[in-house]
Design a binder for this molecule. Structure first.
Ligand code: TYC
Length: 91
């Protein structure tokens, strides 16, 4: 018999990666625009990545995480910044 229980789909983290070139202001702008973050939250997440190297932005379904990460990274690319958002499955 096959396994009867349905596995809950894995959740994915969107991770903000620090770099030396993207202005802090622009990072908070993207966090607010793409992830609907409030000013204070976006500043706190940006500063966490700035100091620690990375910061978790949100945990959600895989397709949403990937769409948002691409949207945010593309926005930065269009503006000429190397800002990067990655996704990875939660443990
Ligand atoms: N380190 C950048 C600076 O000093 C700011 C920054 C913060 C960039 C967080 C990316 O994910 C980041 N201008």
């Amino acid at each position: 018999m096959t396994e009867p229980k349905l596995e809950r789909p894995k959740l994915y983290k969107v991770i903000l990666v620090n770099d030396d070139y993207t202005p802090r202001e622009f990072v908070t702008l993207v966090l607010k625009a793409v992830f609907r973050m409030a000013e204070e939250t976006s500043y706190r997440v940006m500063m966490t990545a700035h100091k620690m190297g990375t910061a978790v932005v949100v945990v959600c379904a895989r397709d949403i995480a990937e769409t948002k990460a691409k949207e945010a990274t593309d926005l930065a690319k269009e503006a000429g910044f190397p800002l990067l958002f990655q996704t990875e499955p939660e443990e």
